[in-house]
Design a protein around this ligand. Structure first.
Ligand code: GLV
Ligand code: MN
Ligand code: MN
Length: 422
């Protein structure tokens, strides 16, 4: 592309239009305190997707869906046979989520493509805006199912039996979802059915405090730390809380407390780099005067060093079993994402574009996982971060200013124009 063309596209990014779309999306699944609860494959998710599709069709983009429900909006290239540049993120939220995590990456993709089109910027390569299915993993664990299947990490039916709290399975809900979107053209599933994209770039709020603290506009993301998720199930015996002597009990809650205490010791890190979280606990029968016969709890464990992630993660089962006094336990791994470093192609393109626009940049790694973690295994990948107020995320108070989001979309527009003309 001629260097005089991109500035027009950058100028065509419309801050008010992007903000208005985000606020329209935020109404779908709104919860008190400006939050959003829009779990994947629910009617709310479909409502949000239909709104996105309506905007995309209004712009003349080609809409299609794959076997995982990943949704694609295609801006055609002048050489349609070339591998496309992909950009996007996810539309599902945490149960007590905010208005920006995920959805901004999708809306920024749409805004950037609209800006390119309005500025009359043709690209050799097609550009596809993607909304990945189930990034959060809040309803069906783990997250990143759509991108993992697209990138060939797991077969499309890998999570069919994963159930939500109501007992509905991912497989059934996905089938129902695809039936409800049967009017949309179906496409093959990523590298399973076709060639990898030329590159992938994902816009996201930082979800941490660094950009705001340093007064900078754009995070040039260098990589993503590794994550492992486990479910621990502890089985004991239910008894009467008033009559059963402690020496005769197999109390699953008491052994859970011992297991978590032992895990805290295993995961102790004086540097405070390691992230270890137990945040979901199910107790059965969950009655104050019955001894618990079963407890299930989640483990979210993260570290940037693959060796630490592997060694301490692999020790979890032994440590849990060693801590139990009367019960038995099973430990199931649900998610394993190794730490990754992003390719220079996208990273440099983001940095160049941001600096050319006079924006302050910071190179930083991501503590949160993203679909980009799996895309980075099949094509050059990078991410664009914008500041998060007080670093808060996965909470209704998550916030980024409209002009900060517009700056991110302007960088994306330039990066897409650059990559899609290579
Ligand atoms: C993504 O939402 C994560 O938990 O990092
Ligand atoms: Mn996200
Ligand atoms: Mn998230």
């Amino acid at each position: 592309m001629g260097s005089g063309v991109t500035p027009n596209a950058v100028a065509a990014v419309d801050e008010a239009r992007q903000w208005d779309r985000l606020m329209q999306m935020a109404r779908i699944g709104a919860i008190p305190g400006d939050g959003v609860n829009r779990a994947c494959l629910t009617d709310l998710d479909r409502q949000a997707r239909r709104l996105l599709i309506a905007w995309a069709e209004g712009l003349g983009l080609g809409v299609s869906v794959d076997a995982l429900g990943n949704l694609f909006l295609r801006h055609e290239g002048t050489q349609p046979g070339l591998a496309p540049v992909l950009t996007g993120s996810h539309m599902d939220t945490q149960p007590n989520g905010g208005r920006f995590d995920g959805i901004w990456g999708v809306i920024a993709g749409l805004e950037s493509v609209q800006a390119l089109r309005e500025a009359g910027v043709a690209t050799r390569r097609p550009i596809e805006v993607v909304a990945w299915t189930n990034e959060e993993g809040g309803r069906f664990a783990p997250g990143c199912m759509g991108s993992m299947a697209y990138a060939g990490f797991k077969p499309a039916d890998a999570w069919d039996d994963v159930a939500d709290t109501a007992g509905l399975t991912f497989g059934e809900e996905l089938r129902r979802h695809l039936e409800l979107e049967a009017d949309l053209p179906r496409r093959g599933l990523g590298v399973v059915d076709g060639a990898p994209p030329f590159a992938y770039v994902e816009c996201h709020i930082e979800q941490g405090p660094r950009l705001e603290a340093e007064g900078l506009d754009i995070g040039v993301v260098t990589g993503i730390q590794g994550s492992r998720w486990f479910t621990v199930e502890i089985n004991g015996k239910s008894d009467h809380a008033g009559t059963t002597p402690l020496r005769l009990r197999k109390d699953a809650v008491q052994d859970m407390v011992r297991a978590i205490t032992a895990l805290n010791a295993l995961m102790h890190d004086p540097e405070d780099v390691l992230r270890f979280t137990v945040a979901r606990i199910e107790v059965s029968p969950n009655s104050s005067n019955s001894v618990a016969e079963r407890v299930r709890f989640s483990i979210d464990f993260r570290h940037p060093d693959a060796k630490v992630l592997t060694e301490r993660g692999d020790a979890i089962e032994r440590v849990v079993n060693g801590a139990l006094t009367t019960c038995t336990a099973t430990v199931t791994e649900r998610f394993h994402a190794l730490p990754i470093t992003f390719d220079r192609l996208v990273r440099d393109a983001v940095e160049r574009a941001a600096r050319a626009q006079g924006l302050g940049t910071l190179r930083l790694p991501s503590g949160a996982f993203h679909d980009a973690q799996f895309m980075s295994r099949i094509c050059p990948t990078g991410m664009i971060f914008v500041p998060s107020r007080a670093g808060v995320s996965h909470h209704p108070s998550e916030y980024t200013e409209p002009d900060q989001l517009a700056a991110g979309a302007r960088v994306l527009a330039a990066v897409l124009a650059d990559l899609a003309n290579r």
